[in-house]
Design a protein around this ligand. Structure first.
Ligand SMILES: [Zn+2]
Length: 186
């Protein structure tokens, strides 16, 4: 089912490379080798703490984050009113909380093999008439099968992941609710 493309897209900063044989992105330094492996889980993530490219952090916290962007739109131009900034700051904080829940395990989590169990549109969020995808995955931690989600996916990286595909999951052992997919899906 997976599409084979000649273009490799950096999962961290979204730069595109044609038929690339380089293993690190020349724009952000992020690793690219996972993207060359089609229909395969790819090599295990490096040991924590991992370096997360700054461009990726900015996208997850701001430019690719629905709540943060709406929060800023409500807060900054309306700072002279009362009600809009209150709504805006609540959304802004919610956005940053979601971003941190994704960035913390990518940086410090333990890596285990997992599987994508569903890919659905998140109809609670809309930007320019488009809903983002939300990917649910399962993994084993402390002898239990757990699930996690990656949301806010407006433009999936390289379109290669399907339900049933294996992925590397990174999670925090002291709080397995903090989990994400390595490398990023968006
Ligand atoms: Zn990059």
């Amino acid at each position: 089912m997976s599409k084979i493309s000649n273009i490799t897209k950096c999962p961290w900063c979204r730069s595109e490379f044609l038929n690339s044989t380089i293993s690190n992105c020349s724009n952000c330094g992020g690793t690219l080798e996972y993207q060359k492996v089609i229909n395969d889980i790819g090599p295990k993530p490096p040991l924590a703490p991992r370096d997360i490219p700054a461009k990726f952090i900015r996208r997850i916290k701001y430019t690719g984050n629905v709540y943060t962007m709406i929060g800023i739109i409500f807060t900054v131009p309306f700072f002279w009113t009362v009600i809009f900034p209150i709504i805006g700051i609540i959304l802004w904080k919610k956005g940053l909380k979601e971003a941190n829940e994704e960035l913390i395990p990518l940086k410090d989590g333990i890596a285990v093999k997992g599987e994508i169990t569903s890919i659905e549109f998140d109809r609670s969020k809309t930007i320019n008439g488009k809903h983002p995808l939300e990917v649910t995955f399962s993994f084993n931690a402390n002898g239990k099968t757990l699930t996690g989600q990656v949301g806010n996916i407006f433009d999936p990286i390289n379109n290669i992941k399907q339900v049933g595909d294996g992925v590397w999951v990174v999670y925090m052992p002291e709080d397995p609710n903090l989990s994400s997919v390595w490398p990023p899906l968006k």
